[in-house]
Design a protein around this ligand. Structure first.
Ligand SMILES: C[S@@+](CC[C@H](N)C(=O)[O-])C[C@H]1O[C@@H](n2cnc3c(N)ncnc32)[C@H](O)[C@@H]1O
Length: 181
């Protein structure tokens, strides 16, 4: 698939930081899903995160809606492995407003950021669509995506748990780790 085909052309969130300010419902969804994310971290084998932990937020828009969730992820990882560096890979389409995303994650906008409270945390940003491989194989511990994958026009990964996308039946089939992804 070509790079251009791999984008949801024309579908973008409001720029300039308006998305998270105007979308409290999306934040509510992420906050409600946070216990599932924390359970997933608890279930990871300790040796898989002993040297560091990488989380991706795919389809992150301006990142404001997931700041609290990611702060809790960092706490959960630090509780298990206090010395583990945490990388947070924010991904969205290349035409996403990444200036607004940077503004939010560095606390230059209206939201509190985990970066003011945590050390050993490394935000990274990618404009690669989730139709393509975003980060190298065997380098992701936990992938997260909220209110974004319903726009996929075809199934691009086999399994999510839990998942509300239209190709999965019920509450997940296999976890990513069970699937070897
Ligand atoms: C409704 S917003 C959700 C933002 C955030 N995850 C949340 O829950 O508040 C959907 C996001 O998915 C992104 N998106 C849509 N198609 C995408 C793709 N193919 N690759 C990466 N991101 C995509 C959009 O650009 C948008 O920022």
């Amino acid at each position: 698939m070509g790079v251009r085909e791999a984008q949801s052309e024309g579908i973008r969130m409001s720029g300039g930081g308006l998305y998270s300010l105007a979308t409290i419902g999306a934040k509510d969804v992420i906050d409600a899903a946070t216990p599932l994310v924390l359970d997933a971290i608890e279930a990871l084998p300790l040796d898989s995160i002993a040297n560091g932990f990488t989380l991706s937020d795919m389809g992150s828009a301006d990142a404001g809606t997931s700041l609290n969730m990611i702060g809790k992820v960092i706490d959960a990882v630090s509780k298990r492995v206090p010395s583990a560096p945490v990388s947070v890979v924010y991904t969205d389409q290349p035409r996403n407003d990444f200036n607004a995303l940077i503004t939010n994650i560095y606390g230059l906008g209206p939201f509190e950021t985990y970066l003011d409270k945590k050390d050993n945390v490394y935000p990274l940003v990618s404009g690669t669509s989730f139709y393509r491989q975003i980060i190298p194989s065997n380098s992701l511990n936990l992938g997260f995506s909220a209110t974004a994958m319903h726009w996929l026009s075809k199934k691009s990964m086999q399994y999510f748990k839990p998942c509300s996308c239209r190709w999965c039946t019920g509450y997940g089939t296999k976890s990513l780790s069970e699937s070897g992804i």
